[in-house]
Write a protein that binds this ligand. Structure first.
Ligand SMILES: NC(=O)c1ccc[n+]([C@@H]2O[C@H](COP(=O)([O-])OP(=O)(O)OC[C@H]3O[C@@H](n4cnc5c(N)ncnc54)[C@H](OP(=O)(O)O)[C@@H]3O)[C@@H](O)[C@H]2O)c1
Length: 252
């Protein structure tokens, strides 16, 4: 439960090696944190994430195995984490970009992206929401994307998974309204992480630390939705209203 100063003491990261999520954990008041659970696939990166947070002075960092596509395992996993103690913040940060070209050529690959980004998120999202509602407090932070605001020709497979995730997360926030728990939907533009390594930078590309600070500020203000960086809200509002023939002529 948040401490007397309103600071979170426990965090669950779904996608425990996500660079944006790890930056978000580091952006929280670290001397207040007592328990951080990194849920992810076993890997040297997950071990390194535990070591990095611990050496940054964060107490109680541990890992638990989590595969987004194995939805039949999610009930046990979420219950195990919450049965061990309240969780103040859940970061739903797993996701894959996938390759649009490969997905169009081999739809099974597109289904993998959809299963991870959307189906996996629905599976854990509903289970987390039920536990947060039971606690009567806590925030679920869902990393959506501007890619879901208006799907582009060049990455509509990924974009459509984020559009679905975004709608799901908004609805979940409405469902939790009045329960003491809430959902924060985060819509980053391009962020410099391993997900985007080697790709040409889009306008307004930013760093995980910038996204993290926007997330923490959004949580403090009880916001429902934040863009990162903030001005992307206006860019995307304009893009969403463009007639399709005009939109198609833009660089995709
Ligand atoms: N980077 C961007 O430009 C950007 C922009 C907008 C939105 N986002 C979204 O923000 C979130 C975090 O992105 P990031 O940049 O921090 O990405 P990242 O560093 O590449 O991290 C992605 C995370 O997803 C996990 N993951 C992937 N497939 C999984 C699966 N099947 N089961 C369990 N975990 C799985 C990865 O685990 P492993 O270590 O096991 O692979 C990793 O922890 C994602 O949802 C992403 O779509 C990113």
């Amino acid at each position: 439960m948040n401490d007397a100063l309103g600071d979170p003491q426990s965090v669950l990261v779904l996608g425990g090696t996500s660079e944006i999520a790890l930056a978000t954990v580091r952006a929280l008041p670290r001397n207040r944190l007592k328990r951080v659970v990194l849920a992810g696939r076993p890997s040297p990166a997950r071990d390194a994430a535990i070591a990095a947070l611990t050496s940054a002075g964060i107490q109680g960092v541990s890992a638990i195995d989590f595969e987004a596509k194995n939805t039949t395992e999610h009930a046990v996993l979420i219950n195990q984490v919450f049965d061990a103690g309240d969780i103040d913040i859940v970061l739903l940060a797993f996701g894959v970009l996938g390759s649009q070209d490969e997905g169009e050529a081999n739809p099974d690959l597109a289904v993998e992206v959809a299963t991870t980004n959307y189906t996996g998120a629905v599976s854990v999202g509903l289970r987390v929401a039920a536990r947060l509602k039971g606690q009567g407090h806590g925030s679920l932070v869902v990393f959506s994307s501007v890619a879901g605001d208006r799907a582009r020709r060049s990455n509509f497979i990924y974009g459509s998974t984020k559009a679905g995730l975004d709608a799901f997360a908004q609805g979940l926030g409405d469902a939790l309204h009045g329960s003491g728990a809430n959902v924060l939907v985060v819509r980053p533009g391009m962020v410099r992480t391993k997900m985007t390594t080697g790709m040409p930078e889009a306008p307004m590309t930013t760093d995980p630390e910038v996204v993290a600070n926007i997330v923490v500020a959004g949580l403090r203000k009880g916001k429902n939705t934040v863009y990162a960086p903030g001005p992307l809200r206006f860019v995307m509002t304009a893009l969403k209203t463009l007639p399709r023939p005009v939109f198609r002529r833009l660089p995709q």
